[in-house]
Write a protein of this length. Structure first.
Length: 275
C-alpha cells in the first residue's frame, strides 16, 4: 500500500489548496495550527465523488470543510471521513479492513457470504483492494485506481449476489465487530465518523441495487428475522413477512380478544406489530 501516488496541488493559494489545512475559516477567523508531525494528505480517485455524495445527506458541510483533508484538532468540532487518514494513518485503516475480512472468512453461521467472496478472489486480494479504497477515500491519495467506476463495476458484475438487504445486513454485522476490535486511536470522534461514512455509502449502494436498508441493516443482526429458503446458501436468507399485514417482520398476535371472540379494534395496533 506504500506505492500510492500523492496528488499534486495546482492552486498557489495554500489556504484553499486540497489537502492543506486552512489557516482561517470561511469568516476569516484563524483556525488552530497543525502540528508538523501530521501526515501528508491528498485527494484520491474516490475522495471527491464520495464527498459530493456525502454532502447530499449533510448539506450543512461547507465548501472549505469539504476541501480540508486534515482533522480539526479541536475534538468538539466535526470530523469527516475524508480526514480519517490524517487521524488514523495507514496501518490502522488497513487493520480495520483486515479485521473485517477475517470476520467474514471465519463466518460459519452464514456461509453464503463467505462463499461469495471466495468465488471472487482470495482473501489477500479482498483486503488489498478494500484497503486501497478506504485509503483513497479517507485522504491518503490515489490508491484505488478507477475510483467509483471501478467500484460500481465490481458490485454489479462480481458481487451482485450480495448487493441485497441481507448481504448488506450481514456485511455490516461483521464490520461492526471489526471496528469493535480495531485500534481507532484516541480521538473520540473516529467511531461515529466511520459509522456515518458506512451508513451513507450503504444508502448509495441500496439506491444502485434497489434494496432497503433501515434497522435490518444498521442494527444488531438477528438470525430469526430471516427465512432459510432452498437457495439461502447461495444468495442468503430472505426477510420474514407478517402473514397478516404483509409487512417485513414476524407478526405477533395478542391473546387478548373480546367476549365474542373477535379482536378489539381499539387495541389492534398493540396486537399486531412488525419490527
Amino acid at each position: 500500500m506504500g506505492t500510492c501516488q500523492q496528488g499534486n496541488g495546482a492552486s498557489p493559494n495554500t489556504g484553499d489548496k486540497v489537502g492543506v489545512p486552512r489557516t482561517s475559516d470561511e469568516h476569516g477567523e484563524p483556525t488552530p495550527k497543525i502540528t508538523q508531525r501530521q501526515l501528508k494528505c491528498s485527494m484520491g480517485y474516490s475522495t471527491a465523488p464520495a464527498i459530493a455524495h456525502f454532502r447530499q445527506f449533510h448539506p450543512e458541510i461547507t465548501d472549505a470543510d469539504a476541501r480540508c483533508l486534515h482533522a480539526d484538532p479541536d475534538e468538539s468540532k466535526p470530523l469527516y471521513f475524508w480526514q480519517l487518514y490524517s487521524v488514523l494513518g495507514e496501518a490502522r485503516i488497513i487493520k480495520i479492513v483486515h479485521n473485517l475480512y477475517t470476520q467474514i472468512a471465519e463466518d460459519d453461521e452464514e456461509v453464503w457470504l463467505r462463499q461469495v467472496f471466495e468465488r471472487i478472489s482470495d482473501w489477500d486480494h479482498h483486503i488489498a483492494t478494500q484497503a486501497a479504497f478506504w485509503l483513497d477515500a479517507t485522504g491518503r491519495g490515489r490508491c484505488y485506481h478507477g475510483g467509483e467506476y471501478r467500484l460500481e463495476f465490481h458490485h454489479q458484475h462480481n458481487a451482485r449476489e450480495i448487493m441485497t438487504q441481507v448481504g448488506a445486513a450481514r456485511w455490516m454485522h461483521h464490520m461492526r465487530h471489526a471496528l469493535d476490535k480495531s485500534d481507532l486511536g484516541s480521538d473520540p470522534r473516529v467511531r461515529a465518523t466511520i459509522d456515518e461514512f458506512l451508513r451513507v455509502r450503504m444508502e448509495k449502494y441500496a439506491a444502485q441495487h434497489s434494496f432497503e436498508t433501515g434497522d435490518r441493516v444498521y442494527k444488531t443482526w438477528h438470525a430469526d428475522e430471516w427465512v432459510r429458503t432452498s437457495s439461502w446458501r447461495v444468495s442468503g436468507p430472505e426477510p420474514k413477512f407478517c402473514p397478516v399485514t404483509g409487512q417485513v417482520g414476524e407478526c405477533k398476535i395478542s391473546n387478548q380478544s373480546t367476549s365474542s371472540g373477535t379482536s378489539n379494534a381499539s387495541s389492534s395496533e398493540e396486537r399486531l406489530s412488525t419490527p
